[in-house]
Design a protein around this ligand. Structure first.
Ligand SMILES: [Zn+2]
Length: 104
């Protein structure tokens, strides 16, 4: 995968087009990444599940938002060296920015 956890990416397709965010998780098998603040889905946590997670702080259910994975073809890497969103090429040495030709 050309994009990995901790990278900053730009969303180039879908409802969150134009948003930038940090990659929280990479799913190499699926070719997907989850990006902070992008493609948010709401999930309802039942009181029972919550009880297991945080020992019975609240008795009501809660709705949490979490970023659903997006296909890496829908994101572009934001180069930390030149600050531009770019396609990267993979070389023996690692990833190279196509805009500034620096290793990233
Ligand atoms: Zn660059």
């Amino acid at each position: 995968m050309k994009i990995k956890k901790g990278d900053t990416v730009l969303i180039i397709a879908g409802k969150d087009r134009g948003k930038k965010g940090k990659v929280l998780h990479a799913f190499p098998k699926e070719g997907k990444v989850s990006v902070e603040g992008a493609n948010l889905l709401k999930k309802h946590i039942s009181p029972q599940e919550q009880k297991q997670q945080q020992k019975g702080k609240k008795k009501t259910g809660q709705i949490v938002e979490f970023p659903a994975p997006v296909s890496i073809s829908n994101v572009k890497l934001n180069c930390p060296k030149c600050g531009k969103s770019t396609r990267v090429s993979k070389t023996k040495e690692g990833r190279v920015c196509k805009k500034c030709n620096q290793k990233i």
